[in-house]
Design a protein around this ligand. Sequence first.
Ligand SMILES: [Mg+2]
Length: 288
Amino acid sequence: MLLEIAIGDAYGAGFEFCGREKIMRSNTLESYVPHELGIQAGCYTDDTQMSIAVAEVLLANSDYSSDAFADAYVRCYKRDQRQGYAKGLQGLLDLCVNGADLRQRISPESRRNGAAMRSVPLGLIADKNVLAQAASEQAMVTHNTAEGILSSHVVALMSHALLYDKAKLVELPDFILEITGFILRGDWAAEVECDALQTLHAVNTALQANRCMSTLLLDCVNFGGDVDSVAAIAMGLASLTPEYVVDIPASLVNGLEAGKFGSSYLRKLDVALAGRYPVLSAHLVRQS
Ligand SMILES: [Mg+2]
């Protein structure tokens, strides 16, 4: 789960809001590409780091409060400062010493996709009511808006349906509609802004159209725009269903950043999550 999120994030990061010609030239899956704003090839960004933070909250105990999530976001950033955050949030994270500090300083009124991008791990929570509450609590730290909270709930529910209900991909939109009233589009074709709801439509469109992780990655990047978040969420969800063939090129599996919080750390965290949430175990076998 986290490994695939990171691969999607790191691959997409090279193309985030880049020109169409770079996508045409370099979206080949041959290798990670660097981003002109300073993200090195193979390095993941905020999407994965905040998903790690959510995963660490899920592993710690059953405190799914906004304060617990805020503490995790600050802790994960402080120990491993990295590029890719929105400037405003990164500035705040630089200033803050803990979650309470962040919550005091932030104006959490964003309708962007930051709450959705870190929500795949929330699908591990078995009880759907607890999951909804956790999605809301984690979203309101930075995205305390109807769109921000809904986007987190939708991603968490898609993840949950694949893990616990063994849902078919094609069933996901009806499942989401039934629980949230939100219509997930399957025909997104435009560039994806940082917008929470656009991101959901793009993720669903790419997820429904493919059955191989390789072509899924290509499609996510081909949208253009905020493609690292689209690819991170889509790859995280794809890792949870046997309908998806795991055919990520070796160059991307091996090219993901090493180091203290790199690929080995992500694999270990996935194993720890599977220990706590056995429903994830079957999907880790496919990873190796
Ligand atoms: Mg990002």
